[in-house]
Design a protein around this ligand. Structure first.
Ligand SMILES: Nc1nc2c(c(=O)[nH]1)N[C@H]1C(S)=C(S)[C@@H](COP(=O)(O)OP(=O)(O)OC[C@H]3O[C@@H](n4cnc5c(=O)[nH]c(N)nc54)[C@H](O)[C@@H]3O)O[C@H]1N2
Ligand SMILES: Nc1nc2c(c(=O)[nH]1)N[C@H]1C(S)=C(S)[C@@H](COP(=O)(O)OP(=O)(O)OC[C@H]3O[C@@H](n4cnc5c(=O)[nH]c(N)nc54)[C@H](O)[C@@H]3O)O[C@H]1N2
Ligand SMILES: [Mo]
Length: 779
């Protein structure tokens, strides 16, 4: 089959795609100065054997009906027809809704799915459950910024304004003298942005800044977190200890009388309490550079010197998402802001605080004047929610109390979970525990493109199309280009669009009109486009009609250059432009948080010792960060991702000092383990990682060798087998996936082959007997 070039877009870039004799060719968007190699993950993906070809039902569920079942994750599947699948799924949803109400259905369905705005799977699930059964148990916040998204509104009033709409790269390249990055500014991360990213500009801006003389300092366990283009300095820090380092820096600033007292008095509240804490007025413990050095592993002299370098310069402080994906992750986010304030920088051109700058391609960009509307999700009649990373707690402890943002709430009792566009066996921690949690459900329904571990734990698996097999519109509020995502290939097997699946289900449930509003997918695209067109017309922005847009394949939208406005306006006139915080100022002390009375997140930022500490059995930190070779677990079977593996296994990095005593050499297969399980990986020995730390990126598909074991060995290298499933604190309950503790050893003998990309066993079709609770026989 040959298909001429069509425009398309992914979270990692826009491109045109064509088929030449069934071979997929990808050409990056011509306007992209630095296209991402992740585009190569598409080339072998469309017809990969790990795609799901037909609807499937798990044998145990079919035989025994809904109910808790430990066979999830090791059972075989039976192929069924679409009408059967629709009947089973709609029937089960009706049963649960009728018996227990929508509050027994979990529809949080966390996950990035794909770039198109209409087929955004999570929005489709939400809309479907709202319009058919009146709602679902939702999840709040994200795995990305669980802690930051709760703490930042308290202390600066708005997360978006200090992250996505924060100080722009353009401004940094022009004005910043020193960029101090906690967690670095790795270009591997800014390759992606949800919704799409047509211009990868970070490398260029970093280069431009460095040439002008901006000094970059990256505080991180990994040297590679700072691009070479920055020509900067690497300060190796013990993982999870940045809060202590920043307190040490603040102590130096205070004792040298370098803190900007005028700024702190005019625009902040609570600096006196911070100073009292630094000086040990509360408890006799002085948080000076020597104290910090003991905790973070950077020597006291270097900490003092760093404070000297910061003083009197135009300084930009950044804190990566990674730092808050850890125990007490709220603290470094808070302290980054306090440090910027103590230096008097917020609101100055190229100065202040940029939360998560560089973590994604959205940050530091300008915003479109008008953005493409989202699919309306309808009204959710269920009040119950969980902080997103508390999914296993919810399923294992229904009815139990938990703290969240000053409230005591209770976990709902969930019987059915519906997932589309996410991979909890990628994103969640402590996977052996997650399996137990999913096994408690009556039913798990999953829409997937391919046989991920999540699909392999589902009771009903509904095959979804990839974006190249359907039409959509690709765009993000921070991308000035909007793309027609044109269909290139026919759906794989019997795969259907999530929208088509939900439309059929809604019809079965007698709610078709409510879900579809009578529109086909193409009509929805036209409808959403028209809404954008109307907004544009109101602002005198010329845009073509839909057909012209579709034919051209792309559209350029005007942008606003208002990054950093929140703090700039505050600085201009704090009475006229107060921050949306209780005091109208930056809250170095928050009375609101203090009144919550949670010891693990008091009223000002502190250093709290994490429960995870190295010991004789688990002496090494493991950094489980974002993968360079793919987005999360997406297209892990794609060419680029597979090419970065060795013997089909994910590669972990360790320092020669840690490798030598263990007899480990480069290229060995290693076993990384702790109390929660073990994974295999291939090892690369590198001096670009701090001694005492190993790194294994996320995203290798969970591949249990012995699924019946309580803690199966993952042959492939999924670090979430090892991570700890606890909340960051009572305040935010964010995930703690970034850091854990492990031991590592050379694997003895012949390592088992990776089987992650082989589909599960597909059993014979069968006629169901009378023991099935649901009743009806299946042909
Ligand atoms: N240990 C540790 N864990 C982490 C992190 C970490 O740093 N350390 N990072 C966390 C972060 S920041 C995040 S955001 C999460 C990411 O976690 P997820 O967003 O869950 O990860 P993805 O791999 O993007 O999952 C998306 C899934 O949707 C499927 N999909 C794509 N398009 C479609 C579609 O159109 N329809 C349907 N039905 N499915 C589709 C893909 O095949 C894929 O399986 O992981 C988190 N987990
Ligand atoms: N290629 C690619 N890019 C991505 C993603 C992807 O899957 N693939 N995912 C995207 C998503 S959803 C998100 S939310 C962002 C996440 O953005 P981040 O969370 O910032 O990304 P990570 O790579 O997990 O972490 C960045 C770096 O922080 C460092 N680090 C870890 N712990 C510590 C610590 O305690 N202190 C200090 N100082 N540094 C530490 C690690 O060395 C790590 O490389 O990335 C986005 N970008
Ligand atoms: Mo994320």
């Amino acid at each position: 089959m040959t298909v001429k070039p069509r425009t398309h877009s992914a979270h990692w870039g826009a491109f045109s795609a064509e088929l030449q004799d069934d071979k997929l060719l990808i050409t990056p968007f011509a306007g992209d100065p630095d296209p991402s190699p992740l585009l190569n993950n598409f080339v072998n993906a469309l017809r990969h054997p790990v795609r799901i070809a037909t609807p499937m039902v798990r044998r145990g569920w079919l035989e025994n009906g809904p109910g808790p079942d430990d066979r999830r994750g090791m059972d075989e599947y039976i192929a069924i027809s679409w009408p059967q699948a629709i009947e089973l799924a709609a029937g089960e949803l009706s049963r649960v809704a009728a018996e227990f109400g929508p509050q027994a259905v979990f529809g949080g369905s966390y996950g990035w799915s794909s770039a198109g705005r209409f087929h955004h799977a999570q929005s489709q699930v939400h809309r479907f459950l709202n319009t058919t059964i009146g709602g679902y148990v939702r999840s709040v916040n994200s795995y990305s910024s669980g802690a930051a998204s709760v703490i930042l509104p308290h202390i600066v009033g708005d997360m978006n304004e200090i992250a996505r709409r924060g100080v722009s790269w353009e401004e940094i390249a022009e004005h910043s003298q020193l960029v101090l990055s906690f967690g670095g500014l790795a270009l591997k991360n800014s390759q992606v942005a949800s919704g799409g990213l047509s211009e990868h500009t970070e490398r260029g801006f970093i280069q431009q800044a460095a040439r002008r003389g901006t000094q970059f300092i990256s505080v991180s366990p990994l040297q590679t977190d700072l691009p070479q283009e920055a020509q900067g300095e690497w300060l190796a820090i013990r993982p999870g200890t940045d809060a202590a380092l920043i307190l040490g820096l603040l102590h130096v600033l205070v004792s040298k009388q370098w803190s900007d007292e005028a700024f702190l008095a005019r625009y902040c509240v609570g600096w006196d309490k911070m100073v009292a804490y630094l000086q040990g007025k509360e408890d006799g413990l002085v948080r000076d550079a020597a104290w910090a050095a003991d905790i973070c592993g950077i020597d006291a002299a270097r900490i003092s010197a760093l404070a000297t370098e910061l003083y009197g310069k135009r300084v930009m402080i950044t804190v990566a998402h990674a730092l808050q994906r850890a125990e007490h992750g709220e603290q470094p986010v808070w302290l980054g802001l306090v440090l910027a304030a103590a230096l008097g920088q917020p609101g100055l051109p190229g100065g202040g605080y940029g939360y998560a700058l560089g973590a994604l391609g959205h940050y530091g960009k300008h915003h479109n004047q008008v953005s493409f509307p989202a699919l309306p999700q309808g009204k959710n009649g269920v009040e119950a929610f969980i902080p997103v990373a508390r999914i296993a707690d919810m399923l294992l402890h229904p009815g139990e109390a938990f703290r969240y943002n000053g409230q005591t709430r209770h976990y709902p009792t969930v019987k059915l979970a519906w997932w589309a566009g996410g991979n909890p066996f990628h994103h969640h921690q402590h996977l052996a525990r997650l399996r137990q949690a999913f096994n408690r459900l009556d039913t798990l329904i999953v829409h997937e493109v391919a046989w991920t571990a999540t699909a392999r734990h589902a009771d009903i698996v509904l095959p979804a199309t990839m974006t190249l097999e359907r039409e959509d519109v690709g765009g993000a509020p921070t991308d000035r280009h909007l793309f027609a995502m044109q269909q290139l290939a026919e759906p794989y097997g019997q795969a259907r669009d999530d929208y088509a699946i939900f439309s059929e289900l809604a019809k079965k449930l007698g709610r078709e009109q409510a879900f579809t509003e009578g529109r086909t997918a193409r009509q929805w695209l036209e409808h959403l486009y028209q809404q954008m067109q109307e907004k544009c017309q109101q602002q005198q922005i010329p845009v073509p009609d839909f057909d012209t847009f579709w034919q051209q394949g792309q559209l350029t939208l005007p942008q606003l250059k208002d990054g950093g406005r929140l703090l700039r306006q505050l600085r201009r006139d704090p009475e006229r432009y107060p921050l949306p915080t209780p005091s109208g100022k930056i809250e170095i002390f928050s009375q609101t948080i203090a009144d919550f009375n949670d010891a693990d997140c008091p009223g000002h930022a502190v250093w709290l010792t994490p429960q995870q500490q190295p010991d004789a059995k688990h002496p090494l930190y493991l950094i489980a960060n974002q993968p360079a070779s793919r987005l999360h677990s997406q297209l892990d079977y794609g060419q680029h991702s597979v090419n970065q593996k060795r013997d089909g296994r994910e590669v972990c990095r360790m320092h020669p000092q840690d490798a030598a005593p263990r007899g480990i050499v480069d290229g060995d297969t290693v076993k990384i383990s702790n109390a929660r399980g073990a994974v295999l990986a291939s090892v690369e020995i590198s001096e670009q990682i701090m001694a005492g730390v190993i790194q294994l990126p996320t995203g290798a598909w969970y591949d249990p060798q012995d699924p019946q074991a309580a803690q199966p060995l993952c042959r492939h290298g999924n670090p979430n087998v090892l991570t700890l499933d606890i909340g960051t604190s009572s305040l935010a309950q964010g995930c703690c996936g970034q850091i854990t503790l492990v031991e590592i050893a050379r694997y003895q003998g012949t390592p088992p082959q990776v089987r992650a990309f082989e589909p599960p066993t597909i059993g014979d079709r069968l006629v169901v007997g009378g023991n099935r609770k649901g009743g009806e026989a299946l042909g």
